[in-house]
Design a protein around this ligand. Structure first.
Ligand SMILES: [Zn+2]
Length: 108
C-alpha cells in the first residue's frame, strides 16, 4: 500500500522480526530516508491486547504521524516532533478528533 504524506508517497508494509530486524525493537517504524513505513505483524500471545487489528491501526497511525512531522521539516530539530508520547497521543486521539470535526462541520 502507498500513502500520500503531504505530497510524498510512502510505501507501507507489514513485516516480522525475521523479515525486518528493525521490528525486533519496535512494533513499527518510519524510515523517511527511503519513504517507508513498516508495522509488525502482530501475533496473539498471553500479554497481547484482544483486538490486534485495532492495535495495528494505532501503530500505523503513529508511524504516519512521524512521516507527517518529517515531511513538515520538523523531524530532526524539533523536540515535540520527536516526542513519542505526543506522537502516540495524536495517533490515539486523531480518529476522535476527526469525528468531532466532521460532526461540527468545521472541515472541508
Ligand atoms: Zn514513534
Amino acid at each position: 500500500m502507498n500513502v500520500n504524506v503531504l505530497g510524498t508517497i510512502y510505501t507501507v508494509g507489514v513485516g516480522t522480526e525475521k523479515t525486518d530486524p528493525k521490528l525486533s525493537t519496535a512494533y513499527g517504524y518510519c524510515d523517511p530516508s527511503v519513504k517507508k513505513i513498516v508495522i509488525s505483524e502482530l501475533e496473539r500471545d498471553p500479554d497481547s491486547v484482544q483486538d490486534l487489528d485495532a492495535e495495528a491501526r494505532k501503530i500505523l497511525r503513529h508511524e504516519i504521524i512521524h512521516a507527517f512531522f518529517f515531511e513538515s521539516g520538523l523531524h530532526e530539530n524539533c523536540d515535540y516532533a520527536a516526542n513519542e508520547e505526543l506522537v502516540d497521543w495524536i495517533a490515539l486521539q486523531f480518529p476522535k478528533i476527526l469525528k468531532t470535526f466532521e460532526e461540527s462541520g468545521c472541515i472541508k
